[in-house]
Design a protein around this ligand. Structure first.
Ligand SMILES: [Zn+2]
Length: 241
């Protein structure tokens, strides 16, 4: 099955009807990468029936478990760094958890899906030290142009969520104009962050089309051309087939 767009970052929460959400997405031409980040989200992602990622995010404590041996596992994540919701005293723990998972990604030849919020220095230093051969993606990017450029230099893709469509996101839209075409991805991060004009609604993978349309407009591309290039990028980064 070929998809017009790929939602490269969706979470299925316990109790969600993943088959119905995937069917709704497929009807809109949208393929889905289901992303973990906690034991509960890892379980729903693996059980959803689509491509998935397995990992522990910045809020987790302890060591990551082994990666599942499933051919639909296409990435490690989400993982990463957050000093918006965690204090600076957690820096070493956040870094250690990242390093343990970067080692798993390297051993399995997988890319990583990175969350970073108010943690530019730690993120760059950890990504640099990990030097992962397949790099990965900075998901739901909200940083500045300097962070974007540094991540691009390290081989990472940049993924934009519905935040790109928010009224107060002018600086982010400027960043989105500067990302090379071969490193752009789109995502929903559903069930959160529904794009305009769906704000306030529960987000779902099919709504990635609104973010893609916004991105196409910013870059002076037809929606079809933007869809084609972001889908090709997702297929290349995650080895989707
Ligand atoms: Zn997420």
């Amino acid at each position: 099955m070929t998809f017009r767009l790929i939602d490269t970052h969706c979470h299925f929460e316990p109790g969600d009807d993943a088959p119905a959400l995937l069917a709704d997405a497929a009807a809109a031409g949208v393929g889905v990468l289901a992303v973990g980040g906690s034991p509960a989200l890892n379980a729903t992602a693996a059980a959803s029936g689509t491509w998935f990622a397995h990992g522990l995010d910045w809020s987790a404590e302890g060591a990551p478990g082994p990666l599942p041996g499933d051919p639909r596992l296409v990435a490690v994540g989400e993982l990463g760094f957050d000093f918006h919701r965690k204090g600076p005293e957690t820096a070493d723990a956040q870094r250690a958890l990242f390093e343990a998972q970067a080692a798993q990604a390297r051993a399995r030849g997988l890319p990583v899906i990175v969350h970073t919020r108010e943690a530019d220095d730690l993120t760059l230093s950890a990504l640099r030290a990990a030097a992962l051969p397949r790099a990965g993606v900075i998901h739901s990017f909200t940083g500045g142009l300097a962070l974007a450029r540094a991540c691009l230099d390290l081989g990472y893709f940049i993924s934009f969520s519905g935040i790109l469509t928010f009224r107060n996101a002018g600086a982010l839209r400027e960043v989105a104009r500067h990302v090379p075409a071969d490193r752009l991805l789109v995502e929903t991060d559903s069930p959160y962050l529904a794009p305009v004009p769906h704000r306030g609604a529960r987000n779902r993978p099919a709504l990635v089309a609104a973010t893609a349309a916004c991105l196409a407009g910013l870059r002076g591309l037809r929606p079809e051309a933007l869809a084609e290039l972001t889908t090709a990028n997702a297929a290349r980064l995650f080895g989707l087939s």
